[in-house]
Design a protein around this ligand. Structure first.
Ligand code: NAG
Ligand code: NAG
Length: 263
């Protein structure tokens, strides 16, 4: 009954928009909600690890490939990034600043499509997240510059406390951060950002949502026209404090959707 009503409403909606608003509002799906339905769909929209490799500024070294799914798993339309301690008495150090010792093997993926906001388009990026919040766990869902740095904008960044941080970096020291409290029970909650060029065609407005409620609006200086990577990773320690967990940590992500309206 509910489904019948819903589908007639959808049909009416489509018919209505066809009459009132043709093609002008057409949106292109860059990443569909099904990208975590199998390893083959994962690999058509995402690549393993960070765009620059396995290391960043925490104590996890990312590991994964089409033949190694110990830290990057898809099942039931859900991506699981899994951090496991590496008990090495003489650990290697990260190749990225500030070169922390590696204490975990973990997972990261990045979207194959780059995100470039222009005066002629806007992007909506959303997903649902079950994020660990205990000390030393540093999961994220974020955008970072393809060339140089910034731009960086963090849609999801949990730094070992019961908060999600929305951040936009103009420079390394000029940063806007807005915190929203995040449940610690590992339940899934939705995050979304809408990115649009400002009228000056240089800056980008970022509207950040949690569970479909607008929670923060930030502005990125000069972000228009600059390509960005979309990354999902489970980093450890670093900004999230230490020591991190002695057992396995899992960060789950589902229903990631990226759409672009305009060109
Ligand atoms: C970053 O730059 C934008 C555009 O100039 C500005 O609106 C915003 O306030 C700046 N952010 C911070 C933290 O100053
Ligand atoms: C790690 O790098 C990210 C992205 O460049 C930056 O936002 C963050 O502040 C850095 N944190 C530490 C602890 O180095």
């Amino acid at each position: 009954m509910f489904i019948r009503k819903l589908s007639s409403a959808v049909i009416l909606g489509i018919a209505g928009s066809f009459v009132c608003a043709p093609l002008a509002h057409a949106a292109t799906t860059v990443i569909p909600s099904t990208s975590f339905s199998s390893y083959s769909t994962l690999e058509s929209y995402w690549a393993y690890l960070y765009p620059w490799g396995s290391d960043h500024n925490g104590s996890a070294r990312m590991k994964g490939s089409s033949s190694d799914h110990s830290n990057i798993v898809v099942a039931s339309n859900t991506l699981s990034l899994i951090a496991t301690p590496t008990s090495n008495p003489n650990p290697p150090t990260s190749s990225s600043n500030p070169h922390p010792a590696i204490h975990y093997a973990s997972g990261a993926i990045h979207a194959k499509s780059q995100i470039t906001v222009t005066a002629a388009n806007s992007y909506t990026i959303s997903g649902e997240f079950s994020a660990p919040t205990v000390r030393g766990t540093w999961p994220a869902f974020w955008l970072t510059a393809v060339n140089g740095w910034p731009p960086e904008a963090d849609i999801g960044e949990w730094k070992g406390t019961a908060n999600n941080w929305y951040n936009t970096f103009n420079t390394s020291s000029i940063v806007r951060s807005d915190l929203v409290s995040w449940p610690t029970d590992l339940s899934f909650h939705a995050l979304k950002v809408v990115l649009t060029a400002q009228p000056n065609n240089a800056d980008v407005k970022l509207q950040f949502y949690m569970d479909n409620v607008l929670r923060a609006t930030q502005y990125g200086q000069g972000f228009v026209g600059k390509p960005m990577w979309l990354i999902v990773n489970l980093q450890m320690e670093g900004s999230a404090g230490s020591p991190g967990p002695t057992g396995t940590t899992t960060y789950k992500i589902r229903n990631v959707v990226v759409t672009r309206s305009g060109s």
